[in-house]
Design a protein around this ligand. Structure first.
Ligand code: OGA
Ligand code: MN
Length: 278
């Protein structure tokens, strides 16, 4: 089958058709993927049907893979993404409801993850599309006065902030368990070594240092609204076997609603971050 590469919009997204999962763990395919990722932020291999072993091998060619030793898979790098407690650890399944909120993966780590690879094992026609928003494009489009005003702002990111949004009715015990994940302070504007800038936002962003809580929250909410305007957003409707890879440092993402007992089932790997937020 011939391979086609189709950009999906001016700011983010490229779709590759005609590649099968077994073709991906090669140096050439990995180099092409990294180049597309840098240029488009979200790379979609349509119906590649990649097997777990090839997903891990391909991930290793793209970077260092985050271990995820839950014991659920023969390969400890594979994570199960589902809301169904019958298909994964029940606590993890409950935390995954945070995936309905715009976020980046590993925002409370010192080095947020470089990229995430997600492949659809089972899809749900009733819901569960995934949306991505480019915070490079959103930053770039800000008025110059705002870019200047935000240059030195710092934001506190916490698991608790994200989980509280996902589970406003949580018990005190559940809330206490979130607090065991350390809070992280990051600049609002992430300037890369190559000069590219993005906004570091999402459900984990709870307070702006030096602003009264309501003012900080209002600013974060306004910037999230700004960054997730239609022109910065890509919506992916999954087909079984799709593999989607995103630059997790500059793409917010979220799942659109589906039920906890949905058949939707994803396998995921993540890549260790390579650049501290600066
Ligand atoms: C994730 C995630 C979204 C989705 O796995 O990190 O946010 O659509 N997934 O399942
Ligand atoms: Mn995520």
């Amino acid at each position: 089958m011939s391979v086609t590469v189709t950009p999906l919009g001016p700011h983010l997204g490229v779709e590759i058709a005609g590649v099968s999962g077994g073709d991906l763990p090669t140096a050439e395919a990995a180099a092409e993927c990294l180049e597309l990722l840098a240029r488009h932020g979200v790379v979609i291999y349509r119906e590649a049907h990649i097997k777990d072993g090839d997903l891990v091998a391909f991930s290793r060619l793209l970077g260092e893979v985050v271990p995820n030793p839950t014991g659920e898979h023969e390969l400890p790098e594979i994570a199960t993404i589902t809301l169904d407690p019958a298909k994964t650890d029940a606590t993890l399944a409950w935390y995954r409801r945070g995936n309905f909120l715009w976020h980046i993966d590993g925002a409370t780590d010192q080095l947020p993850q470089k990229a995430t690879l997600l492949t659809a094992r089972e899809v749900d026609p009733a819901g569960g599309d995934t949306e991505f928003a480019s915070t490079y494009a959103a930053y770039e489009a800000l008025p110059e006065a705002e870019k200047a005003a935000f240059a030195d702002l710092q934001v506190l990111h916490s698991f608790a902030a994200a989980q509280l949004r996902a589970h406003p009715d949580a018990t005190d015990e559940q809330k206490a368990s979130w607090g065991r994940v350390p809070v992280r302070r990051h600049p609002l504007v992430w300037t890369r070594g190559n000069g590219r800038r993005s906004l570091l936002l999402g459900a984990t962003a709870g307070e702006v240092i030096g602003l009264p809580p309501e003012e900080g929250e209002a600013l974060l909410a306004r910037l999230l609204d700004w960054s997730t305007q239609p022109q910065f957003v890509l919506r992916h409707r999954w087909h079984t076997g799709d593999l989607v890879i995103w630059d997790n440092t500059g793409m917010l993402h979220r799942a659109l609603p589906f039920t906890a007992t949905s058949r939707r089932l994803m396998h995921r790997t993540t890549l260790v971050g390579e650049e501290a937020v600066a």
